[in-house]
Write a protein that binds this ligand. Structure first.
Ligand code: FE2
Length: 230
């Protein structure tokens, strides 16, 4: 069977969307019936998050720092798909990384798979942006649409701007286990790195993939509209 690390990601170049047009486009990508609130995840700022560098950021997402791998909605409600529309990007930095955890899982040896199924992860963070609290999740999960095995491994966030702590239970030598698996997230066999250009529209499956970003470096103009599709 044909399998690619990009299965579950769609990219369109040179797109033009107003905020209203993007909302309509995103709404049509939802399989759910009902009103816009049933189709798109709404936060206190609404369904569209404007992502750009903020010198006074209280949270690392809006700083120029690295964003470690995670999935969206973990502390609240998990959307099925994520839509990113790039409004500005200039030069190197701020590349978004996507890791296909279905492929990663399939590559593991039987013993590694056995260890993974024993693991529970506990994440904690203070609510300084739009999310926060404590969650406990099994590392190995099933994709709710296609039933494939996926991995829910968000990395610990070590920053002074709203850190996220991680506690691993279920196996001995949890730290070694975490470091080994974490290394695999960055293996180019499973990871895709997207360098942004203005007008890029990217849609990704929020269950198959974890995502993160490189530090912004000189690309402080990088800005997006991000919509989460239920
Ligand atoms: Fe995210």
């Amino acid at each position: 069977m044909f399998s690619s690390k990009l299965n579950g990601i769609a990219i369109l170049k040179n797109q033009h969307f107003s905020k209203e047009e993007l909302l309509t486009f995103a709404e049509n990508l939802s399989d759910r019936p009902g009103e816009i609130q049933d189709k798109l995840l709404h936060w206190e700022f609404g369904p569209v998050m404007e992502m750009k560098f903020d010198q006074l950021a209280q949270n690392y997402l809006f700083s120029d720092e690295v964003v470690p791998f995670h999935w969206d909605g973990a502390f609240y409600r998990e959307p099925r798909k994520l839509l990113f529309f790039c409004q500005e990007s200039e030069g190197n930095g701020g590349e978004t990384l996507f890791v296909n955890t279905e492929l990663l899982w399939n590559s593991l040896a039987d013993k590694e798979k056995e260890d993974c199924t024993k693991v529970t992860l506990t994440y904690r963070t203070e609510k300084k942006a739009h999310y926060g609290g404590e969650i406990k999740v099994p590392l190995v999960q099933k994709h709710p649409s296609n039933g494939a095995t996926i991995l829910r491994l968000a990395e610990e966030v070590e920053t002074h701007l709203n850190p996220v702590s991680l506690e691993i239970s279920g196996i001995p030598n949890a730290d070694i286990f975490y470091q080994e698996l974490r290394k695999k997230l960055y293996d180019p066999e499973f990871m895709y790195e997207h360098s942004w250009q203005k007008g890029d529209l990217l849609i990704c499956d929020n269950f198959t993939f974890l995502h993160g970003r490189r530090a912004l470096g000189g690309n402080l103009k990088r800005s997006f509209m991000r919509i989460q599709i239920l």
